[in-house]
Design a protein around this ligand. Structure first.
Ligand SMILES: CC[C@@H](CC(=O)C(=O)O)C(=O)O
Ligand SMILES: [Zn+2]
Length: 326
């Protein structure tokens, strides 16, 4: 396959009906980086050393140094790894988990990753970095450019760092479109990932599952085969995209929707994210998109609390709105 000078080419991207604008790709010293971050807009930061100490994290190195503990590995019969909150699975609700959550030692994971053939179940290691990893990985972790990310944390009034998720994925793996309630500096370490982002105010075009559902925060739309009868507004979604490669950092603002795919016919991918709590809420009217999402989440939670039966929520909301606020 002819690689463009970027190290990948468009044939490695999955088909999507929508057209996207490009997410800006700026040098870490460019003042526009902080301008965009302060406006809660995504930006790819080039040339930072945020996770430079991890650039040697290839499979051999990780196998030697990740330690003996079990790591969280998701297994999927398809290329999709749609997250679900097992605490929201209630017996008899008919929910069928789309992935299996396994505990696996790293050598086993790497053996299966190397032996994997198209069509077989896929694996995706998603493990919070903690003190169970070997000393060399701890050393690399301590050598992340903490001045860079802590600098962003304080300049943009983010809350505390909650976790760093290490991700090791197979070529072609997809994390379907969802939003997180945290600020995210997403450091790409090995291989290439295409990231499609939508602002929080596209809520109506992306149809998130109800808050009480195990797939809370995840879009109901299957990007591979959108059901335009059920989700007609998906056609109007206006997104942004980029492909991040080794050494590049994507700022994913809190509440921004993101779909992440490891390029097809590419190598395995390694990423490390930095999730920060949101900062203090400054209220000005009209509320921003992400603040309206937070309001809607609180209304859904309160209604379930008082009504108990989720089926009563749409009935009450329709009675409240249709013919009165329309
Ligand atoms: C969690 C998996 C996903 C990244 C992401 O959604 C995030 O960092 O918030 C990915 O890279 O596949
Ligand atoms: Zn996410």
């Amino acid at each position: 396959m002819a690689m463009d000078n970027k190290g990948w080419n468009a044939s490695q991207l999955r088909n999507c009906d929508l057209q996207f604008d490009e997410i800006p790709r700026l040098h870490h010293n460019d003042p526009k980086v902080d301008e965009l971050m302060s406006e809660n807009k995504p930006v790819v930061v080039l040339g930072s050393n945020l996770a430079k100490s991890a650039e040697k994290w290839d499979l051999d190195y990780l196998e030697r140094h990740m330690g003996e503990s079990d790591f969280t590995v998701f297994q999927s019969k398809s290329h999709k790894f749609k997250y679900y909150d097992d605490k929201k699975v209630t017996s008899g609700d008919g929910f069928v988990p789309p992935t299996k959550k396994l505990d696996m030692k790293l050598p086993e994971f790497i053996k299966r990753l190397r032996a994997w053939k198209k069509g077989e179940d896929r694996l995706y290691l998603q493990q919070g970095l903690n003190n169970t990893v070997g000393p060399a990985i701890v050393h690399d972790f301590l050598n992340f450019d903490w001045n860079f990310c802590t600098g962003k944390q304080s300049k943009h009034n983010w809350g505390s760092l909650t976790s760093n998720l290490m991700l090791i994925g197979m070529e072609g793996n997809v994390t379907p479109c969802h939003y997180d309630e945290q600020e995210n500096l997403f450091a790409q370490v090995h291989g290439f990932k295409r990231c499609i982002l939508f602002p929080p105010d596209q809520f109506e075009c992306l149809y998130p599952h109800p808050v009480h559902h195990p797939h809370d925060r995840q879009s109901m739309v299957d990007f591979d085969r959108p059901d335009y009868n059920k989700f007609p507004k998906f056609r109007q979604a206006k997104g942004f995209e980029t492909v991040v490669g080794p050494g590049e950092v994507l700022y994913i603002p809190m509440y921004w929707w993101h779909h992440v795919e490891s390029l097809m016919q590419g190598s395995y991918t390694v990423s490390v994210n930095f999730w920060y709590k949101g900062g203090p809420v400054s209220v000005s009217y009209p509320l921003k998109g992400h603040q309206k999402v937070a309001v809607m989440r609180n209304v859904e939670k309160m209604l379930l609390d008082v009504l108990q039966d989720p089926k009563e929520i749409p009935v009450l909301l329709r009675a409240m709105v249709l013919g009165r606020y329309t």
